[in-house]
Design a protein around this ligand. Sequence first.
Ligand code: GLU
Length: 477
Amino acid sequence: MNVVTRFAPSPTGHLHIGGARTAIFSWLLARHFGGKFYLRIEDTDQERSRQEYTDSILASMNWLGLEHDGEVAYQSQRLGLYSGYVDKLLASGHAYWCDCTPEEVEAMREEARSKGAKPRYNGRCRELGLGPGTGRAVRLKVPRSGAVSFDDLVKGHISVDASELDDMVLRRADGAATYNMAVVVDDAEMGVTHVVRGDDHVNNTPKQILIYRALGLTEPVFGHVPMILGPDRQKLSKRHGAKAVIEYQADGLLPEALLNYLVRLGWSHGDQEIFSRPELVEFFDGTSLNGSAAGFDPEKLLWVNAQHLHKIPAAELALLLVPFLLEAGLKRCEAGRVARCIPLFQTRSSSLKELAEQLMPVLLPAGLLLSQKEAVEKTLPADLREGREHVARLREIFAKVEPFAQEGLHAALQKYVADNGLKFKAVAPPLRVSLLGYMGGPDLAAVMEAIGRPETLHRMEHAATGHFKFKNPVEGK
Ligand code: GLU
């Protein structure tokens, strides 16, 4: 099946999750059928369109891995094309010149309203046979009867009476084509076969179909996806934790996870929740789209992210973590060392940012390790020699463990506890605080193996001799 889709954002803001989801659906549909996916920036509204938003949308698409075919199309560079098509419609008698002023049109609308009818243009210039002239717009001669119907991929059969529709403006008096005209020309010129977009556009579709028909072109298949709502079923907003795609990137979400979450929000494949990108491409064929509005759930998104995060090989994850580690304050980031430490925390975190924060205590050099004052004071108080002594004696023991690996370290620790008739909990907390600076965290032998012998001994020496640097208790967690 020949499938050509497109994503056509207006650069009036960053890419948000609603837009991202339509982009993803369009991209998947094209990739599933081995077709084409185009990107078109609808930047004709000069007042609201901004280059920075175009850049941000492109960056978000790139981050999400929604690569497009061909060059990005900009509507602002195609104005002549739209006008040419309007001229075709004039020549074929499907459109006419209109010299009604905006005030006159408003008066017609008002009159219709006062009669309880739908506010509309009354067709005054339709049969006047006016030619070009300043201040004249061009309108479509909408058939007075008949139905405009289409089978929506999401919403099913939709039918509107042509008589319900206005003789819409195709080209304004200032020469600029209207939105519906431009979209039809672009989609037709690009050979788009499937238009997937938000259902805020569903009312435009019958109008666009009439333009296709007037131009003698076959209309594409349409799919209008419902809005994403907040968990309270209200319009999604910041207060629901909804963010722009670039913000999720900064929060340490994985593009695969956002992709997975957004597709599932409005599409299903049995009861599978976690999908890899290739699986989505394989399973998504434009069917099984949900017609009712989906509720956004930030916690579920984080859960989906965690599922993806836990599967990434450490070496790959180390590279993804670099910006987050630098952001967290690490000055030098050695990929091998990061990769060795990742398994300690990987399944304990839900985002790259969280994982980077958890890794900081093991990646910072001993002298820079910031400890929790409270944990140190509780487990290694200056006036209580015991905890520090355990650390000092264990340090001598660990210095000789060969190889310096989890199993041997664990056995050495057990032996020390048994030989001295101690309880494990008398020894583990001081050791933990000397290695990590806080209570809790992963298995100690695993931590030691990951950070290596020199660093382990260095940290234990620091602890035994009381050289701690403390976190600011206000900032410190
Ligand atoms: N530019 C429109 C928007 O951002 C999309 C139009 C379309 O997909 O047909 O809402």
